[in-house]
Design a protein around this ligand. Structure first.
Ligand code: G4P
Length: 279
């Protein structure tokens, strides 16, 4: 299957991001912890050149805890200041302000030397669709945050949310798009549900999932559906269908329905906490 992505507003969004970048000290890149490589856009390194960086490995509640730690180590080594988050829960975001200050310490030092003190750090959130950018901005800023409004002359039309004395956040996130350097990336994006399912072949996608689970998480399908993890992926899909009583009107096995169940239960974490990529 060919995985497709139709970003309609690519050029506009990149232009906007470039423009906003001038005002930014820190770029907070959000990715999906279940696919930490595929959910990044390599262009962000170019866009964010010279800026402090931070990575939020969001949806970490759905990802494999062991691999979460392995990826945190990996991104730390790259100087990207990773933090594991569940953007829906603001308690998971509590420790973020000190980490933001840490990520920006060079900038703060530079300002100090120039006699600039108490200037808040200005941050922008960026990431591909569906990784949780809006959810993050909403929970992180909460109700306490006040919009600082337009700053005439400087940031016309842009809304800054003042989090506290130290940090201001641009209220519109920078939208990037997945970049398919190979089909694996497309497949991964489709698997976590960030591609419209209508343009996908659900059954084929579920067979990919079965293959990956049997390889990387042996036992997980057996545990959830009581099936034996042997034979071809299609045999396992048929087993899932019969385990779940997926039948068409004439009594024929409904693999399409089983595929939908599998994908839904994978995406919601019901099959377990699963990460598809390893550092
Ligand atoms: P975006 O702005 O980057 O496009 O993403 P958005 O915040 O709209 O989030 C996409 C979906 O992911 C939402 O679910 C949101 O609730 C969910 N989500 C965001 N962060 C997390 C997280 O850390 N963990 C988990 N498990 N889910 C997260 P939705 O079903 O599209 O909407 P809703 O029904 O939850 O409102």
């Amino acid at each position: 299957m060919d995985y497709q992505w139709y970003p309609g507003h690519m050029t506009k969004s990149i232009r906007q991001m470039q423009e906003n970048m001038k005002l930014i000290d820190l770029v907070i890149e959000i990715l999906d912890a279940r696919i930490p490589v595929s959910s990044r856009n390599p262009d962000i390194d170019k866009l964010a050149q010279g800026k402090a960086r931070m990575i939020l490995m969001n949806k970490s509640d759905l990802a494999d805890p062991e691999l979460n730690s392995a990826w945190v180590n990996y991104f730390t080594e790259q100087g990207l200041n990773p933090v594991l988050t569940d953007a829906r829960k603001n308690h998971s975001l509590k420790s973020l302000t000190p980490k933001i200050m840490e990520a920006c310490k060079e900038k703060i030092e530079r300002n100090k030397r120039r006699g600039i003190v108490n200037r808040p750090i200005r941050a922008m959130v960026a990431g591909i669709p569906n990784v949780g950018k809006s959810t993050f901005i909403n929970s992180f800023t909460g109700t306490a945050a006040a919009k600082t409004g337009n700053k005439p002359g400087v940031t016309r039309g842009k809304q800054w949310i003042r989090l506290n004395k130290q940090v201001e956040l641009l209220d519109t996130p920078g939208l990037l798009w997945p970049k398919f350097e190979d089909q694996t990336i497309g497949r991964n994006i489709a698997l976590i549900g960030s591609m419209r399912d209508e343009i996908l072949n659900t059954e084929e996608l579920s067979l990919e999932l079965i293959k990956l689970l049997a390889e990387q998480y042996p036992g997980s399908l057996n545990k959830r559906y009581g099936i034996t993890e042997e034979g071809r992926p299609i045999d396992m899909l048929l087993s899932v269908a019969s385990a779940r009583g997926c039948l068409k009107k004439g009594g024929e096995t409904d693999t399409e329905k089983a595929a939908v169940i599998l994908l839904d239960e994978f995406r919601s974490g019901t099959i377990g906490r699963i990460t598809l990529e390893r550092p």
